[in-house]
Design a protein around this ligand. Structure first.
Ligand code: TXA
Ligand code: MG
Length: 319
């Protein structure tokens, strides 16, 4: 059972998060690798620490329903599920509100957000922080999710600002993810709450994802963000009428005549670049250019994930 934690370490976790740090916090399911969900650079550090090959959208954790309502729009069925199962291991995929403070890196630029109110120390942390936290499981990508502070320490120890020890987690596997679509409940990921429990609570059948992938990764969704403008990579010179997505100490020819320029990180910091990626692409798209030319971005560290997203945006738009 996830125990309570003394006030002192709890406050350290809160302070570290407030400073933009990344902190392992116990939920009732698994230990999460938490960052302030409104802080793009902190969220970028989460992806970096996990070594995620690409920017999968993260679950946003909230302290209460009021916080959830500022982030997402609840249909009646989703509201009933939240009333019944929160706090607890149920994640709801919901339409993202437009004026939300959630950083676009958290949702991978999607128009939906995965939300849950957890049990355990993570909830206490957010109540004090008064902000939502983005938290994937606190493990290196491809490894097993951690259910103890020691497991987190063995895997990610040196990469984190703090590990909040709440003892072994109660549930030990990740939350169930569902999405209400046209009045039906679709199971996107089985987890801590069974389909039967959900069916019993709301008197409605839960449909499995069926032939569709168990998890809708951003690259598979039709709604995945791609700019209206075309995108070309590794640009060495700018053509008239193009917008420029620059990186580092940019010296690209023809940049003076660009319709608009945004630099992902003038100092060449990939973490900063990751945090800026979606917002900069969106800003360049709004300037109305037909083509966004992208300077070469180093293909290491977070650059691999950035290039993965950019190459999806630059891929031929078949459909
Ligand atoms: O129990 C849990 O859910 C743990 C604890 C820490 O809360 N968290 C967790 O997060 O498992 P993570 O990042 O490992 O898994 C999140 C899953 C991903 O598979 C992602 O594809 C899916 O949620 N997801 C996130 N946003 C989504 C969205 N808008 N639509 C569909 N799936 C989404
Ligand atoms: Mg995980």
């Amino acid at each position: 059972m996830t125990g309570s934690v003394p006030a002192d370490p709890l406050q350290r976790a809160v302070d570290a998060l407030r400073r933009g740090g990344i902190v392992a916090v116990p939920t009732e399911t698994v230990y999460g690798l938490a960052a302030d969900a409104t802080d793009g650079q902190a969220v970028a550090r989460v992806f970096e620490a996990k070594g995620r090959p690409q920017f999968n959208p993260l679950i946003v954790h909230v302290a209460d329903r009021a916080m959830a309502d500022q982030i997402a729009a609840f249909d009646a069925l989703s509201a009933a599920l939240a009333d019944r199962f929160w706090p607890g291991p149920l994640t709801l995929v919901l339409p993202l509100k437009e004026d939300t403070a959630i950083h676009p890196l958290v949702t991978a630029g999607l128009t939906t957000v995965a939300l849950r109110m957890p049990q355990g120390p993570a909830l206490e942390v957010m109540s004090k922080l008064q902000r939502p936290i983005a938290a994937p499981s606190a493990n290196t990508s491809g490894r097993i999710s951690p259910t103890s502070a020691q497991a987190v320490h063995d895997d990610l120890g040196t990469k984190l600002d703090f590990i909040l020890d709440g003892g072994p987690t109660q549930v030990g596997l990740e939350s169930t993810i569902v999405k209400v679509e046209g009045g039906t409940i679709r199971l996107l990921r089985p987890g801590g709450i069974t389909a039967e429990e959900i069916e019993k609570a709301v008197g409605q059948t839960v449909t499995s994802a069926g032939a569709r992938p168990a998890i809708e990764a951003p690259g598979m969704l039709a709604s995945h963000y791609a700019p209206a403008a075309a995108v070309r990579l590794e640009a060495e010179a700018l053509q008239p009428g193009e917008a420029l997505l620059a990186f580092g100490n940019s010296r690209i020819a023809g940049a003076d005549a660009a319709l608009a320029v945004r630099n992902l990180s003038p100092s060449g910091d990939l973490r900063e670049a990751a945090a800026n990626l979606y917002a900069h692409l969106q800003a360049l798209d709004r300037c109305g250019a037909g083509m966004i030319a992208v300077e070469t971005i180093p293909h290491h560290g977070l650059g691999v994930a950035i290039n993965d997203r950019l190459s999806r945006a630059a891929a031929p738009r078949g459909k």
